[in-house]
Design a protein around this ligand. Structure first.
Ligand SMILES: [Zn+2]
Length: 184
């Protein structure tokens, strides 16, 4: 089973290519335009990647979940990340970075116009690899969770209360109708 994550995706204001949020002050991998207004309350790709990877790994010992469906550029990027880390742990190479460069180089890009995707993927997955090698996923996730303000508890109206509100509204409508009728 895979969980749905909604990633923040946007188009470059200058060259219009479709991108995934990697960093709040990232540059366009195609035209080098520097973004300055990316929403800071949206989670970055690496956070989505690491939190889902930890979850899947615990569930079935693989980063790539079974039946992972791809519906967006962000999903494609996650998919490439899961594959890379499963491959990395399976191959256990001496040089992780060299292994990563080879992985990125192996991507088949359909046309020259889309070559920026290679750079986009590289800039997406490399920070995840650095976290993996340095502090580790678990520590990283704990750090994000600790830095995030606790979510405000949503108030869920209880059903009895809801029904009373409904009845009250219905009663008020009937009363209005009654008053109008008696006025005439
Ligand atoms: Zn651009």
């Amino acid at each position: 089973m895979s969980i749905r994550v909604n990633q923040y995706e946007f188009d470059c204001a200058k060259c219009k290519v479709h991108l995934v949020l990697l960093d709040y002050d990232m540059k366009c991998p195609n035209c080098n335009h520097k973004f300055t207004t990316l929403p800071r309350d949206k989670r970055l790709f690496k956070e989505h990647a690491i939190s889902t990877m930890m979850y899947y790994k615990e569930q079935h010992n693989m980063y790539r979940p079974l039946g992972f469906s791809i519906g967006s550029r962000g999903d494609m990027m996650l998919s490439a990340t899961y594959d890379f880390f499963d491959f990395l742990e399976q191959q256990n190479p001496d040089d992780d970075i060299k292994f990563f460069d080879e992985y990125i180089a192996s991507f088949k890009i359909e046309n020259k116009k889309s070559e920026y995707l290679r750079k986009h993927y590289k800039e997406a997955i490399l920070p995840v690899l650095q976290i993996y090698k340095n502090e580790g996923f678990e520590k990283y996730l704990k750090k994000i969770r600790d830095n995030q303000p606790a979510k405000k508890e949503e108030k869920v109206p209880d059903i009895a209360q809801l029904d009373r509100e409904k009845l009250k509204k219905r009663f008020e409508k009937l009363r209005e109708k009654y008053l109008k009728e008696t006025e005439n």
